[in-house]
Design a protein around this ligand. Structure first.
Ligand code: ADP
Length: 304
């Protein structure tokens, strides 16, 4: 797993990270989400050992990133903001060079190279100089170098930035396919991307973790909506007496039926259902309200 503990980083007067902690479990695919300038790249550079934190530490698979840098880097594949790609080299020559740098055993060389090439769909471009590739193809090549040694951990900094919509779909599908074998952490400022790919999201704003939740948990609010077939005496009053209910608001009727929005300290739908049965209310609908990532994120961003 990846364990980050209280990592802090300052660039001159800018506090880029102010004590960031999180854990990523094996097999998870986690999105590091935040507005531009939030500290995502800084966190990723520290996790991958390319930048020293001012305080705190990171462990990957129980190894301290700074103390055991080589062992850690053997376990991770990293796509940085600007992966150094050599424009005069061909795709094939570049990947062979990466395999050499990674000290891939000779016996595995062909197999690993071929898996990375086919996995990223680069087979038609092997002899092309990198300098002549489109942004999307370069991004795929960046991914190919990251996955070449079949790393246990894949850490990707804004993997779809600068790509067109078709390329974005391709790269997303590729990341999802890679998640079969690797634990993946990727940063993004695109909400829909995180929603489409991740199990869990860590939201960083102004260098601090503001949320760390599974997307499922995050989508569940403690609000409920109650719709009755017809109004019944004393509904609001009875709801107010339910343990855990914090506020009640009668809504403008939904489809001509009387409706209430009820806020609670936890999921209060079971208690409301029991009450409705008890009072013989003509129940039409009772649901726990959901929250979109966008609403959640905007609430965090505006209160930050
Ligand atoms: P993100 O990846 O979320 O956009 P970054 O980690 O790149 O955020 O940046 C976090 C903050 O640190 C920003 O205010 C950014 O301007 C600043 N920053 C990042 N890198 C440097 C640097 N090398 N020198 C000075 N400030 C930096």
């Amino acid at each position: 797993m990846i364990h980050a503990q209280d990592i802090a980083k300052r660039y001159g007067g800018i506090e880029a990270l102010r004590g960031v902690s999180f854990d990523i479990q094996p097999g998870e695919i986690v999105g590091l989400l935040g507005p531009n300038g939030a500290g995502k790249s800084t966190a990723i550079k520290i996790i991958t050992g390319y930048l020293h934190p001012d305080a705190g530490y990171v462990e990957i698979d129980g190894l301290n990133v700074l103390r055991d840098l080589h062992a850690v880097q053997a376990k991770i594949g990293y796509l940085s903001e600007n992966t150094p790609l050599y424009p005069e080299l061909s795709v094939q020559a570049y990947l062979a060079m990466v395999a050499d740098l990674r000290a891939v055993p000779r016996s595995d060389f062909r197999g690993l190279l071929s898996d990375a090439i086919y996995g990223t769909g680069l087979q038609a471009y092997l002899t092309r100089p990198i300098g002549s590739l489109s942004k999307g193809l370069r991004q795929r090549l960046g991914l190919a170098q990251a996955i070449l040694h079949k790393p246990q951990f894949l850490i990707l900094d804004e993997p779809t930035v600068g790509l067109d919509p078709t390329q974005i779909v391709e790269i997303r599908a590729l990341i999802q396919a890679l998640a079969q074998d690797s634990t993946i952490l990727f940063s993004s400022h695109i909400l829909s991307e995180v929603e489409a790919i991740c199990d869990r999201v860590i939201i960083i704003i102004n260098g601090e973790v503001k949320a760390d939740q599974s997307l499922r948990e995050l989508s569940m609010s403690n609000n409920a909506t109650l719709v009755l077939q017809q109004d019944s005496a004393d509904v609001a009053h009875s709801l107010g007496a339910v343990a855990g209910v914090t506020s009640i608001r009668q809504l403008r009727s939904l489809d001509d039926y009387p409706a209430w929005r009820i806020n609670g300290t936890a999921d209060i739908t079971p208690q409301i259902y029991a009450l409705a049965r008890d009072r013989d209310w003509p129940l039409r609908e009772l649901r726990r309200d959901t929250v979109t990532l966008e609403t959640f994120f905007n609430q965090l961003a505006t209160t930050a």
